[in-house]
Design a protein around this ligand. Sequence first.
Ligand code: PGA
Length: 237
Amino acid sequence: MYIKELKDSKEIARAISDLIVERIKEKPNLLICAATGGTPTQTYQQLVDQKSRYSTEKLRVIKLDEWGGVPMDNPETCESYMQKHILKPLNIHQENYFGFNSNAPNPEEEIQRIKSELKKNGPIDICILGLGMNGHIAFNEPPSDFNSECHIATLSKESLLHPMAVGMGTNPTCGLTLGIQEIMQSKTIFLIITGEHKQEIAKNFLTGSVSKHLPASYLWMHSDVHCYIDKQANNKK
Ligand code: PGA
């Protein structure tokens, strides 16, 4: 794993977005899997700011995960986030985007739909991840099986305390998520860890020991993970 400490989330956003822009130039129909939440927002903002440097005509995007049992247009869904921070500002064509419906009448069928979309369009070229307070990546909550695929997740208490869930005004009933397997099959993974509140989980993650109780630790088994951490999160004490 390539680990890079930078001063703050802004520097991280600049570094990662520069790398992504280069990749898009090399492969205009790149498939990007995008996490939502507070962590990657500045990276997406940087990509938007630099959009005159590349074409988004063929760029493909998949949503990493979604809250379940909430209307899609609730402002706190991952969908609303994707629309606001990525899809609209980058003019991603509708046919080049796929993601879970938060309010699918049959969530199990929805999981199968995304699984088959990914089989058709995958593998993911670049997967952008944040680190959950409990070590989850997407809604792969601890303990997470290494072989898990796209699935319906029971949300942990930490996830239910995430600002998106708290801001929804209703309790999400589950999570819809890519599994560890789909994430691990990504060609390149960017893991971003920022902020003082992530110190403890970052420290556990950076020991490098792999455990189902810290799902992000499976990333140590991947050959092309770039972990960017800011000074606030990387307290070595
Ligand atoms: P955050 O969420 O980026 O808002 O910290 C990360 C997560 O819970 O997966």
